[in-house]
Design a protein around this ligand. Sequence first.
Ligand SMILES: Cc1ncc(COP(=O)(O)O)c(C=O)c1O
Length: 261
Amino acid sequence: MVYDETLKSLEEEQRLRRIPESLDGLDLISNDYMSLGAHHSEYINEYIDRFGNPPMSASASRLLQRHQYDHNSLEKMLDGLYGKKTLLLNSGYHANTGALSALSVAGTLIISDKLIHASMIDGIRLGHGDTARFVHNDMSMLRKILDKKASLYECVIIAVESVYSMDGDLAPLEELVKIKKEYTNILLYVDEAHAFGVFGEKGLGLAEELGVMSDIDIIIVTLGKAAAGYGAFIATSESLHSYFINCARSFIFSYMFISGP
Ligand SMILES: Cc1ncc(COP(=O)(O)O)c(C=O)c1O
């Protein structure tokens, strides 16, 4: 069968994925190489002392949940830090697939860097708008695509990471902001997964470090890396926040772990 053939060729190319065996000791391969995520028991005990046992169930979509005090208070805190409206989702994968597929409608063009994360690629693929890609960090190629195509679309979304998960290098965020300002129909979409907790005085990411936070329209952060937890959030404008609540299918149709009294 075709599936067996796929497995065989992956094996031959030495690209067959396997779930690793458990090992004790230092883990320098995952994002939790400081083992912060492995030591949450103190926090959990404190939580139980204050609020009782958290329900161990996702229960329902956030749109149906009556008890989500923790989510709402975390979002409020993040709103203040980012100066944007934030929306929590299950994971960075959910955030990118939900946000990009919702943004990619007829009359839009998403132009992405060729090295963006798989979750961004999947989100773009799920959408219905047009797409284009530029060679990694090649701003002259991006400019050429914009010169040719930007005026044909109601909205153009430039999608990049700030710190690239593939190569560990940085996007030229200041230049991207400059390019954005030369047009009236561009939204800048930046995945800060690897910059959160690393760049900026408050650890908010590269946009904070470079002082361009207010010029970025959509920021994605996962809490599964430097924050040593899980989940993710989208930080954006008031109207896009409301748009994602209504149109990001990974938010609407996936249940999110809810805790709190
Ligand atoms: C740039 C980037 N975005 C999104 C994700 C997905 O985040 P999560 O693990 O929370 O689904 C990752 C994970 O490796 C990532 O590197």
